[in-house]
Write a protein that binds this ligand. Structure first.
Ligand code: NA7
Length: 538
Protein backbone atom coordinates (compact mmCIF):
# COMPACT_ATOMS: atom_id res chain seq x y z
CA UNK A 1 0.00 0.00 0.00
CA UNK A 2 1.44 3.36 -0.93
CA UNK A 3 1.56 6.26 1.50
CA UNK A 4 -1.01 8.08 -0.56
CA UNK A 5 -3.76 5.46 -0.18
CA UNK A 6 -7.06 7.17 0.50
CA UNK A 7 -9.10 5.98 3.44
CA UNK A 8 -12.86 6.05 3.61
CA UNK A 9 -15.34 5.01 6.21
CA UNK A 10 -17.34 3.30 3.52
CA UNK A 11 -16.95 2.36 -0.12
CA UNK A 12 -20.18 1.82 -2.01
CA UNK A 13 -20.09 0.02 -5.35
CA UNK A 14 -22.64 1.19 -7.90
CA UNK A 15 -24.63 4.40 -8.30
CA UNK A 16 -28.07 3.10 -9.17
CA UNK A 17 -31.05 3.30 -6.84
CA UNK A 18 -29.08 1.35 -4.19
CA UNK A 19 -25.78 3.19 -4.26
CA UNK A 20 -27.36 6.63 -4.45
CA UNK A 21 -29.57 6.03 -1.44
CA UNK A 22 -26.73 4.36 0.49
CA UNK A 23 -24.47 7.36 -0.11
CA UNK A 24 -27.16 9.80 0.93
CA UNK A 25 -27.85 7.85 4.08
CA UNK A 26 -24.28 7.19 5.27
CA UNK A 27 -23.00 10.64 4.36
CA UNK A 28 -25.88 12.89 5.35
CA UNK A 29 -27.36 10.89 8.21
CA UNK A 30 -24.28 9.37 9.84
CA UNK A 31 -21.67 11.86 8.62
CA UNK A 32 -19.42 9.18 7.17
CA UNK A 33 -16.72 9.74 4.60
CA UNK A 34 -18.02 7.78 1.63
CA UNK A 35 -16.72 7.04 -1.84
CA UNK A 36 -18.98 5.54 -4.49
CA UNK A 37 -17.52 3.84 -7.54
CA UNK A 38 -19.64 3.59 -10.65
CA UNK A 39 -18.64 1.99 -13.96
CA UNK A 40 -21.07 4.13 -15.97
CA UNK A 41 -20.48 7.75 -16.83
CA UNK A 42 -23.36 8.91 -14.64
CA UNK A 43 -25.87 7.66 -12.09
CA UNK A 44 -28.68 5.24 -12.93
CA UNK A 45 -27.32 1.70 -12.81
CA UNK A 46 -29.76 -0.52 -14.65
CA UNK A 47 -31.45 2.58 -16.09
CA UNK A 48 -28.16 3.86 -17.40
CA UNK A 49 -27.31 0.62 -19.23
CA UNK A 50 -30.64 -0.74 -20.49
CA UNK A 51 -31.56 1.52 -23.41
CA UNK A 52 -33.20 -0.89 -25.84
CA UNK A 53 -36.39 0.23 -27.61
CA UNK A 54 -39.37 -0.07 -25.30
CA UNK A 55 -37.28 -0.27 -22.09
CA UNK A 56 -39.50 0.71 -19.22
CA UNK A 57 -40.25 -0.27 -15.68
CA UNK A 58 -42.86 -2.94 -14.91
CA UNK A 59 -43.82 -1.40 -11.57
CA UNK A 60 -46.20 1.55 -11.35
CA UNK A 61 -44.28 4.82 -11.32
CA UNK A 62 -45.89 6.16 -8.13
CA UNK A 63 -44.13 3.43 -6.16
CA UNK A 64 -41.05 3.02 -8.35
CA UNK A 65 -39.13 5.87 -6.78
CA UNK A 66 -37.37 6.95 -3.60
CA UNK A 67 -39.70 7.47 -0.69
CA UNK A 68 -37.12 9.09 1.63
CA UNK A 69 -37.54 12.42 -0.15
CA UNK A 70 -41.18 13.07 0.71
CA UNK A 71 -41.07 16.51 -0.86
CA UNK A 72 -39.98 15.05 -4.18
CA UNK A 73 -42.81 12.52 -4.03
CA UNK A 74 -45.10 15.53 -4.14
CA UNK A 75 -43.17 17.47 -6.76
CA UNK A 76 -42.23 14.85 -9.33
CA UNK A 77 -44.75 14.20 -12.11
CA UNK A 78 -44.43 10.87 -13.91
CA UNK A 79 -45.73 11.04 -17.46
CA UNK A 80 -47.19 7.54 -17.58
CA UNK A 81 -48.24 4.57 -15.47
CA UNK A 82 -44.90 2.82 -16.14
CA UNK A 83 -41.91 5.11 -16.51
CA UNK A 84 -39.80 4.70 -19.59
CA UNK A 85 -36.02 4.31 -19.30
CA UNK A 86 -35.09 7.93 -20.23
CA UNK A 87 -37.62 9.25 -17.73
CA UNK A 88 -36.29 7.13 -14.86
CA UNK A 89 -32.78 8.21 -15.74
CA UNK A 90 -33.91 11.85 -15.71
CA UNK A 91 -35.48 11.28 -12.31
CA UNK A 92 -32.29 9.76 -10.88
CA UNK A 93 -30.19 12.60 -12.33
CA UNK A 94 -32.56 15.02 -10.67
CA UNK A 95 -32.18 13.25 -7.31
CA UNK A 96 -28.38 13.24 -7.67
CA UNK A 97 -28.39 16.96 -8.28
CA UNK A 98 -30.93 17.80 -5.63
CA UNK A 99 -28.89 15.95 -2.96
CA UNK A 100 -25.47 16.81 -4.33
CA UNK A 101 -24.55 13.15 -4.65
CA UNK A 102 -22.13 13.31 -7.55
CA UNK A 103 -19.34 14.95 -5.58
CA UNK A 104 -18.79 11.61 -3.79
CA UNK A 105 -19.23 9.37 -6.82
CA UNK A 106 -16.32 8.48 -9.06
CA UNK A 107 -17.74 7.62 -12.48
CA UNK A 108 -16.22 5.57 -15.30
CA UNK A 109 -14.53 3.49 -12.64
CA UNK A 110 -15.06 -0.20 -12.08
CA UNK A 111 -14.16 -2.03 -8.88
CA UNK A 112 -12.05 -5.00 -9.95
CA UNK A 113 -11.24 -6.50 -6.56
CA UNK A 114 -11.26 -6.01 -2.81
CA UNK A 115 -9.82 -7.91 0.11
CA UNK A 116 -10.42 -7.86 3.81
CA UNK A 117 -7.30 -7.30 5.89
CA UNK A 118 -7.58 -9.35 9.08
CA UNK A 119 -5.00 -7.27 10.92
CA UNK A 120 -6.44 -3.82 10.27
CA UNK A 121 -10.06 -4.98 9.83
CA UNK A 122 -10.29 -2.80 6.74
CA UNK A 123 -11.23 -3.56 3.16
CA UNK A 124 -8.76 -2.59 0.45
CA UNK A 125 -10.61 -1.84 -2.75
CA UNK A 126 -9.00 -1.85 -6.21
CA UNK A 127 -10.33 -0.10 -9.29
CA UNK A 128 -9.62 -0.40 -12.99
CA UNK A 129 -8.09 3.07 -12.80
CA UNK A 130 -5.27 1.63 -10.71
CA UNK A 131 -6.48 3.06 -7.42
CA UNK A 132 -6.31 1.24 -4.09
CA UNK A 133 -8.37 2.70 -1.27
CA UNK A 134 -9.31 1.39 2.14
CA UNK A 135 -12.65 1.40 3.89
CA UNK A 136 -14.13 0.03 7.09
CA UNK A 137 -17.38 -0.87 5.35
CA UNK A 138 -17.84 -2.23 1.87
CA UNK A 139 -21.33 -2.01 0.45
CA UNK A 140 -22.33 -3.63 -2.82
CA UNK A 141 -25.10 -1.80 -4.63
CA UNK A 142 -24.30 -3.60 -7.85
CA UNK A 143 -27.84 -4.60 -8.78
CA UNK A 144 -29.30 -8.02 -9.36
CA UNK A 145 -29.61 -7.98 -13.15
CA UNK A 146 -26.47 -6.18 -14.23
CA UNK A 147 -24.09 -8.91 -15.38
CA UNK A 148 -24.93 -9.51 -19.02
CA UNK A 149 -25.53 -13.06 -20.21
CA UNK A 150 -24.12 -13.22 -23.70
CA UNK A 151 -24.12 -16.90 -24.67
CA UNK A 152 -21.11 -17.93 -26.73
CA UNK A 153 -22.85 -18.57 -30.06
CA UNK A 154 -20.64 -20.35 -32.55
CA UNK A 155 -19.65 -18.07 -35.41
CA UNK A 156 -20.68 -14.75 -33.85
CA UNK A 157 -17.33 -13.21 -34.80
CA UNK A 158 -18.02 -13.93 -38.47
CA UNK A 159 -21.30 -11.97 -38.62
CA UNK A 160 -20.95 -9.06 -41.03
CA UNK A 161 -23.91 -7.07 -39.75
CA UNK A 162 -24.23 -5.32 -36.40
CA UNK A 163 -25.19 -7.03 -33.19
CA UNK A 164 -26.17 -5.71 -29.77
CA UNK A 165 -27.13 -7.03 -26.35
CA UNK A 166 -30.17 -5.25 -24.94
CA UNK A 167 -28.37 -4.44 -21.69
CA UNK A 168 -25.54 -2.66 -23.53
CA UNK A 169 -27.41 -0.74 -26.20
CA UNK A 170 -25.64 2.19 -27.87
CA UNK A 171 -26.45 5.54 -26.29
CA UNK A 172 -27.06 7.00 -29.70
CA UNK A 173 -29.76 4.40 -30.37
CA UNK A 174 -29.98 2.00 -33.29
CA UNK A 175 -31.66 2.83 -36.58
CA UNK A 176 -33.73 -0.18 -37.59
CA UNK A 177 -35.30 1.53 -40.59
CA UNK A 178 -35.34 -0.73 -43.66
CA UNK A 179 -33.31 -3.34 -41.80
CA UNK A 180 -33.79 -7.09 -41.44
CA UNK A 181 -33.58 -7.68 -37.71
CA UNK A 182 -33.37 -10.74 -35.45
CA UNK A 183 -34.26 -10.73 -31.78
CA UNK A 184 -32.93 -13.69 -29.80
CA UNK A 185 -34.89 -14.37 -26.62
CA UNK A 186 -38.45 -13.89 -25.42
CA UNK A 187 -38.00 -12.84 -21.78
CA UNK A 188 -39.35 -9.65 -20.19
CA UNK A 189 -36.84 -7.52 -22.11
CA UNK A 190 -37.62 -9.00 -25.52
CA UNK A 191 -41.34 -8.74 -24.85
CA UNK A 192 -40.89 -4.98 -24.43
CA UNK A 193 -38.51 -4.61 -27.37
CA UNK A 194 -40.16 -6.82 -30.02
CA UNK A 195 -43.29 -4.69 -30.69
CA UNK A 196 -41.13 -1.56 -30.96
CA UNK A 197 -38.53 -3.10 -33.25
CA UNK A 198 -41.28 -4.64 -35.40
CA UNK A 199 -42.63 -1.15 -36.01
CA UNK A 200 -39.27 0.32 -36.90
CA UNK A 201 -37.73 -2.45 -39.01
CA UNK A 202 -38.42 -3.86 -42.43
CA UNK A 203 -38.46 -7.45 -41.23
CA UNK A 204 -38.25 -8.91 -37.74
CA UNK A 205 -37.52 -12.53 -36.87
CA UNK A 206 -37.95 -13.64 -33.27
CA UNK A 207 -35.94 -16.62 -32.06
CA UNK A 208 -37.83 -18.19 -29.20
CA UNK A 209 -36.32 -20.89 -27.02
CA UNK A 210 -39.07 -20.97 -24.38
CA UNK A 211 -42.49 -19.45 -24.88
CA UNK A 212 -43.55 -17.17 -22.05
CA UNK A 213 -46.85 -16.32 -20.41
CA UNK A 214 -47.29 -12.58 -21.07
CA UNK A 215 -49.96 -10.37 -19.55
CA UNK A 216 -50.88 -6.86 -20.69
CA UNK A 217 -49.16 -3.90 -19.07
CA UNK A 218 -51.88 -1.40 -19.97
CA UNK A 219 -49.57 1.54 -19.92
CA UNK A 220 -50.91 5.04 -20.42
CA UNK A 221 -51.56 8.34 -18.73
CA UNK A 222 -52.74 8.03 -15.15
CA UNK A 223 -56.01 9.77 -14.29
CA UNK A 224 -54.99 13.14 -12.74
CA UNK A 225 -57.53 12.60 -9.95
CA UNK A 226 -55.83 9.33 -9.02
CA UNK A 227 -52.41 11.01 -9.10
CA UNK A 228 -53.76 13.67 -6.76
CA UNK A 229 -55.33 11.16 -4.41
CA UNK A 230 -52.11 9.14 -4.21
CA UNK A 231 -50.06 12.25 -3.50
CA UNK A 232 -52.43 13.23 -0.72
CA UNK A 233 -52.12 9.73 0.72
CA UNK A 234 -48.39 9.10 0.19
CA UNK A 235 -47.52 8.35 3.82
CA UNK A 236 -50.11 5.61 3.87
CA UNK A 237 -49.09 4.37 0.41
CA UNK A 238 -45.49 4.03 1.56
CA UNK A 239 -46.54 2.19 4.70
CA UNK A 240 -48.75 -0.18 2.73
CA UNK A 241 -46.12 -1.12 0.15
CA UNK A 242 -43.53 -1.62 2.88
CA UNK A 243 -45.84 -4.03 4.68
CA UNK A 244 -47.12 -5.70 1.51
CA UNK A 245 -46.33 -9.12 0.02
CA UNK A 246 -44.34 -7.83 -2.98
CA UNK A 247 -43.67 -4.15 -2.39
CA UNK A 248 -46.79 -3.20 -4.32
CA UNK A 249 -50.40 -2.57 -3.45
CA UNK A 250 -51.39 -6.02 -4.67
CA UNK A 251 -52.76 -8.82 -2.58
CA UNK A 252 -53.62 -12.42 -3.46
CA UNK A 253 -57.25 -13.54 -3.51
CA UNK A 254 -57.51 -15.48 -0.23
CA UNK A 255 -59.12 -18.49 -1.81
CA UNK A 256 -58.29 -21.54 -3.89
CA UNK A 257 -59.08 -21.13 -7.56
CA UNK A 258 -60.32 -24.70 -7.45
CA UNK A 259 -63.09 -23.70 -5.05
CA UNK A 260 -64.55 -21.20 -7.50
CA UNK A 261 -67.10 -21.69 -10.24
CA UNK A 262 -65.86 -21.25 -13.82
CA UNK A 263 -67.97 -18.07 -14.09
CA UNK A 264 -66.60 -16.57 -10.87
CA UNK A 265 -62.96 -17.12 -11.76
CA UNK A 266 -63.45 -15.95 -15.32
CA UNK A 267 -64.79 -12.67 -13.91
CA UNK A 268 -61.75 -12.34 -11.63
CA UNK A 269 -59.32 -13.23 -14.41
CA UNK A 270 -60.97 -10.71 -16.73
CA UNK A 271 -60.75 -8.05 -14.03
CA UNK A 272 -57.02 -8.67 -13.52
CA UNK A 273 -56.37 -8.90 -17.24
CA UNK A 274 -58.16 -5.63 -17.88
CA UNK A 275 -56.39 -3.87 -15.00
CA UNK A 276 -53.02 -4.88 -16.47
CA UNK A 277 -49.73 -5.15 -14.63
CA UNK A 278 -48.65 -7.74 -12.12
CA UNK A 279 -52.12 -8.49 -10.67
CA UNK A 280 -52.49 -11.69 -12.66
CA UNK A 281 -49.12 -12.88 -11.34
CA UNK A 282 -48.98 -11.81 -7.71
CA UNK A 283 -52.58 -10.95 -6.86
CA UNK A 284 -54.10 -14.09 -8.31
CA UNK A 285 -55.74 -16.89 -6.32
CA UNK A 286 -53.54 -17.81 -3.39
CA UNK A 287 -52.80 -21.37 -4.52
CA UNK A 288 -51.75 -20.43 -8.04
CA UNK A 289 -48.03 -20.86 -7.32
CA UNK A 290 -48.29 -23.85 -5.02
CA UNK A 291 -50.78 -26.20 -6.62
CA UNK A 292 -50.26 -27.60 -10.11
CA UNK A 293 -53.98 -28.02 -10.80
CA UNK A 294 -54.73 -24.47 -9.62
CA UNK A 295 -51.86 -23.19 -11.71
CA UNK A 296 -53.17 -24.95 -14.79
CA UNK A 297 -56.51 -23.13 -14.49
CA UNK A 298 -54.71 -19.77 -14.58
CA UNK A 299 -52.35 -20.89 -17.35
CA UNK A 300 -55.29 -22.03 -19.44
CA UNK A 301 -56.81 -18.54 -19.31
CA UNK A 302 -53.62 -17.05 -20.78
CA UNK A 303 -53.40 -19.73 -23.46
CA UNK A 304 -56.96 -18.94 -24.50
CA UNK A 305 -56.01 -15.26 -24.75
CA UNK A 306 -53.04 -16.12 -26.97
CA UNK A 307 -55.23 -18.29 -29.19
CA UNK A 308 -57.73 -15.47 -29.51
CA UNK A 309 -55.16 -12.75 -30.22
CA UNK A 310 -52.81 -14.49 -32.64
CA UNK A 311 -54.49 -15.04 -35.98
CA UNK A 312 -52.34 -17.86 -37.39
CA UNK A 313 -53.18 -20.96 -35.31
CA UNK A 314 -49.75 -22.50 -35.86
CA UNK A 315 -48.01 -19.33 -34.63
CA UNK A 316 -50.40 -19.17 -31.68
CA UNK A 317 -49.61 -22.78 -30.83
CA UNK A 318 -45.87 -22.08 -30.83
CA UNK A 319 -46.32 -18.98 -28.66
CA UNK A 320 -48.11 -21.03 -26.07
CA UNK A 321 -45.95 -21.93 -23.09
CA UNK A 322 -45.45 -25.62 -22.53
CA UNK A 323 -43.42 -27.40 -19.94
CA UNK A 324 -43.38 -24.81 -17.16
CA UNK A 325 -46.03 -23.66 -14.75
CA UNK A 326 -47.45 -20.16 -15.01
CA UNK A 327 -45.62 -17.57 -12.90
CA UNK A 328 -42.52 -19.66 -12.28
CA UNK A 329 -40.50 -17.49 -14.66
CA UNK A 330 -40.42 -13.69 -14.39
CA UNK A 331 -43.74 -12.29 -15.61
CA UNK A 332 -43.25 -10.20 -18.76
CA UNK A 333 -45.68 -7.30 -19.15
CA UNK A 334 -46.61 -6.68 -22.74
CA UNK A 335 -47.90 -3.93 -24.95
CA UNK A 336 -49.08 -5.51 -28.21
CA UNK A 337 -46.65 -8.42 -27.92
CA UNK A 338 -48.97 -11.15 -29.19
CA UNK A 339 -50.57 -8.74 -31.69
CA UNK A 340 -47.13 -8.12 -33.18
CA UNK A 341 -47.04 -11.70 -34.48
CA UNK A 342 -50.02 -10.84 -36.70
CA UNK A 343 -47.88 -8.42 -38.68
CA UNK A 344 -46.71 -9.45 -42.12
CA UNK A 345 -43.13 -8.42 -41.41
CA UNK A 346 -42.77 -10.57 -38.26
CA UNK A 347 -41.65 -14.19 -38.23
CA UNK A 348 -41.40 -16.55 -35.26
CA UNK A 349 -38.69 -19.21 -35.18
CA UNK A 350 -39.36 -21.55 -32.31
CA UNK A 351 -36.54 -23.79 -31.10
CA UNK A 352 -38.72 -26.79 -30.32
CA UNK A 353 -40.70 -26.86 -33.56
CA UNK A 354 -38.44 -25.07 -36.09
CA UNK A 355 -35.15 -26.11 -34.55
CA UNK A 356 -32.73 -24.33 -32.19
CA UNK A 357 -30.08 -21.78 -33.13
CA UNK A 358 -27.09 -23.71 -34.41
CA UNK A 359 -24.72 -20.93 -35.24
CA UNK A 360 -24.31 -17.35 -36.29
CA UNK A 361 -23.18 -17.08 -39.89
CA UNK A 362 -21.64 -14.28 -41.93
CA UNK A 363 -25.10 -13.22 -43.04
CA UNK A 364 -27.33 -14.13 -40.14
CA UNK A 365 -28.46 -17.10 -38.08
CA UNK A 366 -28.70 -20.80 -38.89
CA UNK A 367 -31.44 -22.54 -36.93
CA UNK A 368 -32.94 -25.96 -37.50
CA UNK A 369 -30.77 -26.33 -40.59
CA UNK A 370 -32.18 -23.19 -42.21
CA UNK A 371 -30.36 -19.93 -42.92
CA UNK A 372 -31.93 -16.59 -42.03
CA UNK A 373 -30.33 -13.35 -43.22
CA UNK A 374 -30.07 -10.22 -41.08
CA UNK A 375 -28.55 -6.77 -40.98
CA UNK A 376 -28.88 -6.54 -37.18
CA UNK A 377 -29.09 -9.13 -34.41
CA UNK A 378 -30.40 -8.08 -30.99
CA UNK A 379 -29.59 -10.47 -28.19
CA UNK A 380 -32.15 -10.21 -25.38
CA UNK A 381 -30.57 -13.12 -23.57
CA UNK A 382 -30.69 -11.77 -20.04
CA UNK A 383 -28.32 -11.75 -17.13
CA UNK A 384 -26.24 -13.83 -14.75
CA UNK A 385 -28.74 -12.84 -12.09
CA UNK A 386 -28.05 -11.93 -8.49
CA UNK A 387 -24.82 -13.83 -7.80
CA UNK A 388 -23.13 -12.77 -11.08
CA UNK A 389 -22.59 -9.08 -10.21
CA UNK A 390 -21.25 -9.94 -6.74
CA UNK A 391 -18.88 -12.64 -7.94
CA UNK A 392 -17.56 -10.25 -10.58
CA UNK A 393 -16.23 -8.00 -7.79
CA UNK A 394 -13.47 -10.52 -6.94
CA UNK A 395 -13.91 -10.10 -3.22
CA UNK A 396 -11.61 -11.88 -0.81
CA UNK A 397 -12.82 -12.40 2.73
CA UNK A 398 -11.11 -14.02 5.69
CA UNK A 399 -8.28 -16.35 4.69
CA UNK A 400 -8.44 -15.02 1.14
CA UNK A 401 -11.67 -16.97 0.50
CA UNK A 402 -13.64 -15.90 -2.59
CA UNK A 403 -17.38 -15.91 -3.29
CA UNK A 404 -16.70 -18.42 -6.08
CA UNK A 405 -15.41 -20.80 -3.42
CA UNK A 406 -18.10 -20.00 -0.84
CA UNK A 407 -20.92 -20.20 -3.38
CA UNK A 408 -19.79 -23.19 -5.45
CA UNK A 409 -23.20 -24.86 -4.95
CA UNK A 410 -25.30 -21.68 -4.92
CA UNK A 411 -25.42 -18.59 -2.72
CA UNK A 412 -24.84 -18.76 1.03
CA UNK A 413 -25.83 -15.60 2.82
CA UNK A 414 -27.46 -14.47 6.00
CA UNK A 415 -30.66 -12.52 5.20
CA UNK A 416 -29.23 -11.73 1.77
CA UNK A 417 -27.33 -8.86 3.41
CA UNK A 418 -24.23 -10.51 4.77
CA UNK A 419 -21.87 -13.40 3.98
CA UNK A 420 -20.04 -15.36 6.70
CA UNK A 421 -16.28 -14.79 6.44
CA UNK A 422 -16.74 -11.38 4.76
CA UNK A 423 -16.84 -8.94 7.69
CA UNK A 424 -18.37 -5.49 7.16
CA UNK A 425 -19.51 -6.42 3.67
CA UNK A 426 -23.16 -5.58 3.04
CA UNK A 427 -25.03 -6.63 -0.10
CA UNK A 428 -28.04 -4.48 -0.96
CA UNK A 429 -30.83 -6.76 -2.30
CA UNK A 430 -28.35 -9.63 -2.28
CA UNK A 431 -29.19 -13.26 -3.06
CA UNK A 432 -31.59 -14.87 -0.57
CA UNK A 433 -33.36 -11.59 0.14
CA UNK A 434 -36.73 -10.71 -1.49
CA UNK A 435 -35.09 -8.32 -4.00
CA UNK A 436 -36.25 -9.36 -7.50
CA UNK A 437 -39.47 -10.81 -6.09
CA UNK A 438 -40.46 -7.33 -5.01
CA UNK A 439 -40.78 -3.84 -6.34
CA UNK A 440 -37.05 -3.12 -6.18
CA UNK A 441 -36.98 0.37 -4.62
CA UNK A 442 -38.97 -0.93 -1.63
CA UNK A 443 -36.44 -3.67 -0.94
CA UNK A 444 -33.51 -1.38 -1.65
CA UNK A 445 -34.74 1.18 0.86
CA UNK A 446 -35.30 -1.48 3.47
CA UNK A 447 -31.73 -2.77 3.14
CA UNK A 448 -30.23 0.71 3.05
CA UNK A 449 -32.10 1.68 6.22
CA UNK A 450 -31.10 -1.54 7.94
CA UNK A 451 -27.42 -1.21 6.97
CA UNK A 452 -27.36 2.44 8.07
CA UNK A 453 -28.85 1.56 11.45
CA UNK A 454 -26.43 -1.34 11.82
CA UNK A 455 -23.36 0.81 11.14
CA UNK A 456 -24.73 3.48 13.45
CA UNK A 457 -25.26 0.91 16.22
CA UNK A 458 -21.76 -0.51 15.71
CA UNK A 459 -20.19 2.89 15.99
CA UNK A 460 -22.16 3.75 19.11
CA UNK A 461 -21.13 0.46 20.71
CA UNK A 462 -17.49 0.86 19.65
CA UNK A 463 -17.55 -2.26 17.48
CA UNK A 464 -15.20 -2.62 14.54
CA UNK A 465 -16.55 -5.62 12.67
CA UNK A 466 -19.82 -7.41 12.09
CA UNK A 467 -20.21 -10.66 10.22
CA UNK A 468 -22.76 -13.42 9.90
CA UNK A 469 -22.01 -16.51 11.92
CA UNK A 470 -21.69 -19.68 9.81
CA UNK A 471 -24.50 -21.22 11.84
CA UNK A 472 -26.96 -18.37 11.29
CA UNK A 473 -26.06 -18.44 7.61
CA UNK A 474 -26.62 -22.19 7.31
CA UNK A 475 -29.98 -21.83 9.02
CA UNK A 476 -30.96 -18.98 6.70
CA UNK A 477 -29.99 -20.92 3.57
CA UNK A 478 -31.99 -23.91 4.80
CA UNK A 479 -34.96 -21.66 5.54
CA UNK A 480 -34.84 -20.00 2.10
CA UNK A 481 -34.75 -23.41 0.42
CA UNK A 482 -37.47 -24.94 2.59
CA UNK A 483 -39.78 -22.01 1.96
CA UNK A 484 -39.52 -22.25 -1.78
CA UNK A 485 -39.64 -26.05 -1.85
CA UNK A 486 -43.35 -25.86 -1.08
CA UNK A 487 -44.03 -23.94 -4.31
CA UNK A 488 -43.86 -24.60 -8.04
CA UNK A 489 -41.05 -22.05 -8.44
CA UNK A 490 -38.27 -24.62 -8.27
CA UNK A 491 -39.69 -26.63 -11.16
CA UNK A 492 -38.90 -24.12 -13.93
CA UNK A 493 -35.66 -23.47 -15.79
CA UNK A 494 -35.71 -19.82 -14.81
CA UNK A 495 -33.04 -17.30 -14.00
CA UNK A 496 -34.49 -17.35 -10.46
CA UNK A 497 -33.07 -20.90 -10.34
CA UNK A 498 -29.81 -19.97 -12.09
CA UNK A 499 -30.91 -22.23 -14.94
CA UNK A 500 -30.26 -19.70 -17.73
CA UNK A 501 -26.48 -19.83 -17.32
CA UNK A 502 -24.56 -22.93 -18.39
CA UNK A 503 -22.81 -24.47 -15.40
CA UNK A 504 -24.45 -22.23 -12.81
CA UNK A 505 -25.53 -24.25 -9.78
CA UNK A 506 -29.27 -24.83 -9.59
CA UNK A 507 -30.46 -22.91 -6.53
CA UNK A 508 -33.31 -20.51 -5.91
CA UNK A 509 -31.64 -17.10 -5.84
CA UNK A 510 -34.10 -14.69 -4.15
CA UNK A 511 -36.12 -15.28 -0.97
CA UNK A 512 -39.88 -15.65 -0.95
CA UNK A 513 -40.92 -14.69 2.57
CA UNK A 514 -44.29 -16.31 3.35
CA UNK A 515 -45.26 -12.99 4.92
CA UNK A 516 -43.98 -10.89 2.06
CA UNK A 517 -41.52 -8.02 2.11
CA UNK A 518 -43.34 -6.78 5.21
CA UNK A 519 -42.61 -10.04 7.01
CA UNK A 520 -39.00 -9.99 5.87
CA UNK A 521 -38.58 -6.42 7.08
CA UNK A 522 -39.94 -7.45 10.46
CA UNK A 523 -37.52 -10.39 10.66
CA UNK A 524 -34.55 -8.14 9.88
CA UNK A 525 -35.67 -5.53 12.42
CA UNK A 526 -36.18 -8.15 15.12
CA UNK A 527 -32.70 -9.51 14.52
CA UNK A 528 -31.29 -5.99 14.93
CA UNK A 529 -33.38 -5.43 18.07
CA UNK A 530 -31.90 -8.59 19.57
CA UNK A 531 -28.41 -7.11 19.29
CA UNK A 532 -27.87 -8.44 15.75
CA UNK A 533 -28.70 -12.03 16.48
CA UNK A 534 -26.81 -14.42 14.21
CA UNK A 535 -24.03 -11.91 13.68
CA UNK A 536 -20.67 -11.79 15.44
CA UNK A 537 -19.64 -8.28 16.48
CA UNK A 538 -16.11 -7.50 17.58
P1 NA7 B 1 -34.44 -13.40 -19.41
O1 NA7 B 1 -35.73 -13.34 -18.72
O2 NA7 B 1 -33.37 -14.25 -18.84
O3 NA7 B 1 -34.74 -13.83 -20.92
C1 NA7 B 1 -33.69 -14.20 -21.77
C2 NA7 B 1 -34.27 -14.83 -23.01
O4 NA7 B 1 -33.21 -15.24 -23.86
C3 NA7 B 1 -35.10 -16.06 -22.72
O5 NA7 B 1 -36.15 -16.13 -23.63
C4 NA7 B 1 -34.09 -17.16 -22.95
O6 NA7 B 1 -34.67 -18.41 -23.23
C5 NA7 B 1 -33.33 -16.63 -24.12
N1 NA7 B 1 -32.01 -17.21 -24.23
C6 NA7 B 1 -31.01 -17.16 -23.32
N2 NA7 B 1 -29.93 -17.81 -23.78
C7 NA7 B 1 -30.25 -18.28 -24.99
C8 NA7 B 1 -29.56 -19.04 -25.96
N3 NA7 B 1 -28.32 -19.46 -25.74
N4 NA7 B 1 -30.20 -19.35 -27.11
C9 NA7 B 1 -31.46 -18.94 -27.32
N5 NA7 B 1 -32.18 -18.22 -26.44
C10 NA7 B 1 -31.57 -17.89 -25.29
O7 NA7 B 1 -33.80 -11.95 -19.57
P2 NA7 B 1 -34.54 -10.56 -19.80
O8 NA7 B 1 -33.48 -9.58 -20.11
O9 NA7 B 1 -35.66 -10.71 -20.73
O10 NA7 B 1 -35.16 -10.24 -18.43
C11 NA7 B 1 -34.36 -10.19 -17.27
C12 NA7 B 1 -35.03 -9.38 -16.22
O11 NA7 B 1 -34.73 -8.01 -16.39
C13 NA7 B 1 -36.50 -9.37 -16.22
O12 NA7 B 1 -37.02 -10.54 -15.74
C14 NA7 B 1 -36.82 -8.17 -15.40
O13 NA7 B 1 -36.70 -8.47 -14.03
C15 NA7 B 1 -35.79 -7.22 -15.80
P3 NA7 B 1 -35.05 -19.44 -22.02
O14 NA7 B 1 -36.30 -18.91 -21.40
O15 NA7 B 1 -33.88 -19.41 -21.06
O16 NA7 B 1 -35.21 -20.73 -22.67
Amino acid sequence: MSGSTQNFDAVVIGAGFSGMHMLKSLRDKLGLKVRVYEAGETVGGTWYWNRYPGARCDSDSYIYCFTWDRQLLQEWEWSERYPEQPEILRYLEHVAKRHDLKRDIQFNTRVIGAEFDETTNLWTVHTDKGEDVTARYLIAGVGTLSTTNMPSFKGLETFKGKWYHTSRFPHSGVDFTAKRVAVVGTGATAVQAIPEIAQQSKQLTVFQRTANYCVPARNGKVDPELVKARKADYDAVVKRVRESPFGQERYAIPKSVLETTPEEREREFDRMWDAGGFDFWIANYQDMLVDQAANEVCADYIRRKIRKTVKDPSVAERLMPKGHAYGTKRQPLDTNYYETFNKDNVLLVDASTDGPIEEITENGIRAGGKDYEFDIIVFATGFDAMTGPLKALNLKGRGGRTLDQEWADGPHTYLGISVAGFPNLFTITGPQSPSVLSNMPVSIEQHVEWITDCIDAMRSAGKTTIEATPRAQDEWVAHVNETIAGTLMTSANSWYMGANIAGKPRAFLPYLDPEGVGGYRKRCDEIAAKGYEGFALA
